[in-house]
Write a protein that binds this ligand. Sequence first.
Ligand code: NAD
Length: 264
Amino acid sequence: MTAATRLEGRHALVTGASRGIGRAIAIRFAQEGATVAINYSGSESAAKETLEQAREASRQVGGPADRHLIVKADVGDAGAANAMCDQVIGKWGRLDILVNNAGIQSEAESHNYSIEEYQRILNVNLTGALVCSQAAIRHYLGRPGGGVIINCSSVHQIIPKPGYVAYSISKGGLGNLTRTLALEYADRGIRVNAVAPGAILTDINSAWKDDQEARANVEDHIPMARAGTPDEMAAIFAFLASDDASYVTGQTLYACGGLTLFND
Ligand code: NAD
């Protein structure tokens, strides 16, 4: 099996895939032969753009271009997240890979951070991942062969991010969600891992990514002296989704140009 086809026959749901890292994951999975469901909560046209790019990637490898889906749901709404997973599984009759990628953040000093805002962030970043994982696991347990879950965490799983208390808590929680589910279901063929990006060039970083000085400031603090790209993240998700990672579970892979080394 080559990297180009290692996800052939697999069906994957990627949350928050209308842009950024989620879009890159959907396209990379399609490039590797998978069928993908592209979840979005905002712009349908952005999700359709991901869909088109995934279809094009599939065509290039003779993959299932016509079977990709876009599915609207706010993963911060537990009922909607659960219904979306059931809808995708019902449509295909199977799911093999769940990627909990959707994530949001907002900044305020902790003593002034509104509890409503805290709950909004936690609902999307952490509870949404749990709810989607529950739906995937129920499906995985009902058939032979198990399945895969990959959470998109952050270096802030272990490095505090002052001013982002809800985000930091949510990513810390994702680390333990990953480890707990991995341990609970390891003997039933379900692998659960996380990818923890550092500073990646996506819209979540609009505060600095297109400003030369601000970006240089961020990159000054990265041992590899540059921000990462969504494609570099997608390659790691594809590895963890594939049988190349068949003996890996409960791990967080830090993809951050060495950023966490400062915290060793
Ligand atoms: P992004 O803002 O470009 O993408 C976030 C995606 O999540 C968007 O498609 C957005 O529509 C979707 N989303 C937001 N709320 C949603 C909801 N309620 N339901 C469904 N989808 C929703 O940013 P990104 O960098 O691509 O972020 C992807 C993931 O990577 C996030 O979990 C983020 O925390 C994580 N991450 C990013 C970086 C970085 O530097 N870019 C670093 C560490 C972790």
